[in-house]
Write a protein that binds this ligand. Structure first.
Ligand SMILES: *[C@@H]1O[C@H](CO)[C@@H](O)[C@H](O)[C@H]1NC(C)=O
Ligand SMILES: *[C@@H]1O[C@H](CO)[C@@H](O)[C@H](O)[C@H]1NC(C)=O
Ligand SMILES: *[C@@H]1O[C@H](CO)[C@@H](O)[C@H](O)[C@H]1NC(C)=O
Ligand SMILES: *[C@@H]1O[C@H](CO)[C@@H](O)[C@H](O)[C@H]1NC(C)=O
Ligand SMILES: *[C@@H]1O[C@H](CO)[C@@H](O)[C@H](O)[C@H]1NC(C)=O
Ligand SMILES: *[C@@H]1O[C@H](CO)[C@@H](O)[C@H](O)[C@H]1NC(C)=O
Length: 321
């Protein structure tokens, strides 16, 4: 008897201890999760400065690239003009861009296409939007030289217009090809001492030219400041020449409108992938100071380029592989 009673008390006591332990543990868990939800919603709130868009434009802010962004950061929209059926290229670009980190800037990568007309494409694009939220669908018809670039730039001010947006939504907007690989930190560093207004930046074409005022920027990828995006939307000059080789026509608008008075020729930090062809005058060997490489047409070229830039060097060690 004597020996059983204390053990019973001990039992109750340790039961109490267990109860309190679990109670506090549970409380802790609840507090932590509330905190997380709160943080997450604040986080999302900060990340989604733009409200819903027009019916045919799917938009939201891409979140996977920049962890440390402050309101003072340079905001860049990198729109990759591509086609709905190029799903595999988008996946490759998501990897190539999603694994880059940049200091001092926030770069949103979006894939841009016109009107999706095929049912199967509509379905996969819908899935992509649900999963990645990185697609812009413009009101245009997909075809070469029919004004997709115009629709891209001129649609942005309205698409990104909202009461709680940052002003401007982006400091710079890039139009890039889907066979171009941009290196974000190099791009951002090159912008550090350039004006945020009236800027037209890229690779001057023809290949031999080094004069950005005489010629225009190649379609591999060019960047303009936000005021030029707004000008494209509101000016009558672009509306007069909507058709034609898009990038050349873009250069003509700026010339005729006397815009882009700040020009920056990023040659030879931007160039075509090294080519064996003798007539490929726009190409250059891969080198560390690269901002963008163009004409990455095959998987081998992508792998060669990405491995040259050591993009997997920070792979974490793990017991799993
Ligand atoms: C914001 O950026 C400007 C110009 O780049 C700089 O002069 C200023 O110190 C920055 N402010 C903060 C809070 O980082
Ligand atoms: C993010 O911020 C932390 C602390 O301020 C800093 O240590 C880290 O290097 C930053 N990361 C990047 C990618 O800028
Ligand atoms: C799309 O463009 C066509 C022709 O350019 C126009 O008639 C139509 O109203 C536009 N649709 C929307 C939703 O803006
Ligand atoms: C979009 O595609 C539909 C067919 O699916 C077509 O009727 C419509 O005219 C297209 N809109 C534009 C602006 O090309
Ligand atoms: C943006 O929204 C404001 C207020 O709703 C409106 O006055 C302005 O015209 C809009 N701008 C564009 C480019 O749509
Ligand atoms: C890649 O890494 C190698 C070996 O560490 C180094 O020699 C090379 O300079 C790096 N390349 C670039 C572009 O940073």
């Amino acid at each position: 008897m004597k020996s059983r009673r204390p053990s019973g008390r001990q039992f109750v006591l340790s039961g109490c201890c267990f109860f309190f332990f679990f109670f506090f543990f549970g409380l802790l868990c609840i507090l932590t999760s509330i905190n997380e939800v709160l943080l997450q919603s604040l986080y999302n709130f900060g990340r989604l400065p733009f409200p819903a868009l027009s019916a045919n434009a799917k938009w939201s802010i891409d979140s996977h690239i920049i962890e440390n962004s402050s309101s003072n950061d340079t905001r860049i929209l990198l729109g990759v003009l591509t086609l709905p059926n190029k799903y595999e290229r988008r996946q490759l670009l998501r990897l190539a861009y999603g694994t880059q980190s940049v200091a001092g800037a926030k770069i949103d990568v979006k894939f841009v296409f016109c009107n999706v007309t095929k049912d199967d494409e509509r379905f996969t694009v819908a899935l992509e939007i649900m999963r990645y939220d990185d697609i812009i669908i413009l009101n245009c018809t997909e075809s070469m030289n029919e004004g997709k670039t115009y629709t891209y730039f001129s649609s942005l001010p309205e698409m990104l217009n909202g009461s709680d947006r940052s002003d401007p939504p982006y400091h710079y907007v890039v139009k890039a090809d889907d066979d171009t690989y941009f290196r974000f930190q190099a791009l951002v560093d090159s912008l550090a001492n350039l004006p945020r207004e009236d800027l037209y930046y890229g690779f001057v074409i023809p290949c031999e030219s080094m004069d950005p005022f005489k010629h225009y920027m190649a379609g591999m990828g060019y960047l303009v400041s936000w005021d030029i995006v707004e000008w494209v939307r509101s000016s009558d000059i672009p509306k007069q020449t909507l058709k034609g080789p898009e990038d050349k026509v873009f250069g003509q608008w700026l010339r005729d409108g006397r815009r882009g008075q700040n020009r920056y020729n990023a040659k030879w930090s931007m160039y075509n992938y090294p080519s064996a062809k003798a007539d490929e005058k726009c190409s250059h060997e891969l080198w560390p100071g690269t901002i963008a490489v163009h004409l990455l047409k095959t998987r081998e070229m992508w792998i060669d380029t990405l491995s040259f830039f050591n993009v997997t060097q920070n792979l974490k060690t793990s017991k799993l592989y």
